[in-house]
Design a protein around this ligand. Structure first.
Ligand SMILES: [Zn+2]
Length: 332
């Protein structure tokens, strides 16, 4: 590998808000994702990964309401565009969508019952049904346009990939080989979100078989860990956040996040994410790229502000100018 090459992975959880108000598809998904598509096109970058909240799409599909049919149509068109532009769409399951209540007057959803937040909290037969329907729905959307497209990656909702015994037979059945949920060093042992990534292998990419936190060189699956940087609590960074808030440069999404959940333990780190990228943090993102030959972003279209996107634009220019970027994870 040339020492100016960098393996860089841009991943997005393509989902509405998961709390009492889902927000609209235009503000949470369509508009921010269109801006991302344009930005990637400007920088000639492809292979971004979009983890699609398939339980939501399955609920949309079940509804008779014309607004739901229309939302599913618009989303499907955007997913096809993403694949057409060289990006990937993979499933991402948030099972508590099964209990979401549709509000036809607002054309939004209320997600207030978190009892099924974890994949582990639904029955094995429901897990099988939901996973299979998720893969099938993405196939139904993509295959008529791209019959050779392969769905072989997954990210768990709420990072809750363990116990992997829930997923292993489903990964095998559906040909999922690549896993993207491990946020090394982070931990949350609450009922709703349950993961402990504090004892993972040192390397960012490794094979595994029964546990995504345990390296197994003959394993059938490959883990691509999400990158993080030390959390900045600097005065300048806080001042920037305050300034951006006051000047209205906030997330485009218009829903409410999940409330009342225990915060995760982060060991003084934060994820590398477009929505956390501000002008104050740009130097540390550039420094990370200089120092590491692997950088895995995790972001959410619904959380993006125009300020985040302009900083991301600046970061991509820097990255392109200084390094040869490899964005196809199968070639890392
Ligand atoms: Zn998610």
């Amino acid at each position: 590998m040339k020492n100016d090459q960098r393996n860089i992975l841009f991943t997005f959880d393509y989902e509405l808000f998961l709390g009492s108000r889902s927000g609209s598809i235009q503000n949470c998904l369509i508009k921010p994702t269109d801006l991302l598509i344009q930005l990637f096109e400007n920088h000639k970058i492809n292979n971004a990964l979009f983890f699609v909240d398939t339980t939501y799409l399955l609920r949309l599909k079940q509804q008779e309401h014309p607004a739901c049919k229309n939302d599913l149509k618009i989303i499907s068109e955007q997913l096809i565009t993403l694949v057409k532009k060289g990006h990937s769409v993979f499933p991402h399951i948030h099972p508590h969508w099964l209990d979401a209540v549709y509000d036809p007057t607002e054309n939004q959803w209320a997600l207030t019952n978190y009892s099924k937040y974890r994949f582990h909290s639904i029955t094995a037969s429901k897990q099988e049904e939901l996973f299979t329907q998720s893969v099938q729905l993405l196939r139904e959307i993509i295959y008529p346009h791209f019959p050779d497209y392969t769905i072989n990656g997954y990210r768990a909702g709420g990072w809750s990939i363990n116990p992997f015994a829930d997923f292993k037979p489903l990964f095998k059945k559906h040909g999922i080989k690549y896993e993207f949920s491990v946020l090394k060093g982070f931990k949350n042992l609450s009922e709703a979100q349950y993961f402990d990534f504090t004892n993972c292998p040192a390397e960012p990419i490794y094979k595994f078989e029964d546990d995504p936190c345990h390296r197994s060189d003959n394993g059938n699956f490959t883990e691509y860990c999400i990158s993080s940087i030390p959390k900045t609590n600097s005065f300048v960074s806080k001042l920037w956040d305050k300034y951006l808030w006051k000047t209205g440069q906030r997330s485009m999404g218009d829903g409410y996040s999940v409330t009342g959940m225990e915060a995760m333990e982060t060991n003084g780190k934060e994820m590398i994410s477009v929505e956390l990228l501000s002008k104050a943090k740009l130097p540390s993102y550039k420094f990370f790229l200089k120092e590491n030959n692997y950088m895995h972003f995790i972001s959410h279209p619904k959380m993006l502000s125009l300020h985040n996107l302009s900083c991301f634009d600046n970061f991509l220019s820097f990255a392109q100018k200084n390094f040869v970027l490899q964005t196809n994870f199968t070639l890392f």
